[in-house]
Design a protein around this ligand. Structure first.
Ligand code: F3S
Length: 283
């Protein structure tokens, strides 16, 4: 039986890099390690890190807890004022902001310096967007719905610089940009959506076409895993949504010669490997 694991299964590049860095610091540093917010929205990873002594800070207001420890800035990134606070308070930090997010920070800082009105297409409460806003020298606007796009009015006549939250839906982004473009401002539109999600979905579809059995690994409440399951099920009726090797059953593999494995964005590599090993050894 051939077992194939999707190349983009599980963590995206930015999250993997951030999580790996925290584990590396645990191994190499004697100092106490703090992450500014949970490193990832996956309870088992956060609990494992906590068991290894890593503490989660809720925000910069908790920096006094750090002492001579190290703060890790996670892949979502933070605004400029957070770096300033860390430096003022002489706190050591490691920055694992995803390079795709850093690119948006640089754009926003540069364009707002020219006086442009910054428009961020995204969710205003999402930490990544909060961080992006924190690099704008002009007052940024965050737009998530068509009503907000219709109602938008720039602060000055210097034109707009429109960027997007990295995980925003592309079709929705296009729709909102079209509304803003109808208003005939001088727009500079930069599609800063990351294609990690799209890659994972495309790959799942391709693998499901090839496989007789598909295993989709992810948390029960993970909406992106649910989406992968639907895509896979459409191509391969023999698709199973599992959380760990415990959910595997020999019936899943009856008369299968090719098993495909994919996983949602918050599934740790360790679980993907365990499932893969289990399938190879037991079935
Ligand atoms: Fe991940 Fe970075 Fe894209 S964190 S989703 S690779 S922007």
């Amino acid at each position: 039986m051939i077992v194939k694991v999707a190349e983009h299964a599980g963590f995206c590049f930015g999250v993997r890099r951030a999580v790996d860095k925290v584990y590396e610091l645990i191994e190499t540093q004697d100092k106490k390690i703090f992450t500014l917010g949970p490193i990832i929205h996956n309870e088992s990873v956060v609990e494992d890190l906590e068991a290894k002594g890593v503490q989660v800070l809720q925000g910069p207001e908790e920096f006094e807890k750090v002492g001579d420890g190290i703060v890790v800035i996670r892949s979502h990134g933070v605004g400029k004022s957070v770096y300033q606070k860390l430096e003022e308070q002489q706190i050591a930090y490691v920055d694992v902001t995803c390079p795709n997010v850093l690119k948006i920070h640089r754009i926003v800082e540069r364009e707002s310096k020219k006086g442009k009105n910054i428009v961020i297409i995204g969710n205003a409460r999402h930490p990544e967007v909060v961080g992006i806003c924190g690099w704008s020298l002009t007052t940024p606007a965050v737009i998530e719905t068509s009503e907000e796009a219709e109602a938008y009015c720039p602060e000055n006549d210097n034109g707009l610089c429109i960027v997007s939250q990295t995980t925003f839906n592309y079709n929705k982004f296009k729709e909102l940009v079209e509304i803003l473009e109808k208003k005939r401002y001088d727009n500079n539109v930069l599609n800063t959506i990351c294609n990690a999600t799209e890659d994972r979905q495309r790959e799942t579809k391709e693998l499901a076409r090839e496989a007789d059995t598909m295993l989709v690994i992810g948390g029960k409440h993970s909406s992106n895993t649910q989406k992968l399951y639907e895509i896979s099920k459409h191509e391969c009726g023999n698709t199973y949504y599992i959380q760990s090797p415990v959910d595997l059953d020999s019936e899943m593999f009856q008369s299968s010669s090719c098993v495909g494995i994919t996983a949602g964005a918050s599934t740790p590599n360790k679980i993907i490997e365990e499932v893969q090993k289990h399938v190879r050894i037991k079935f």
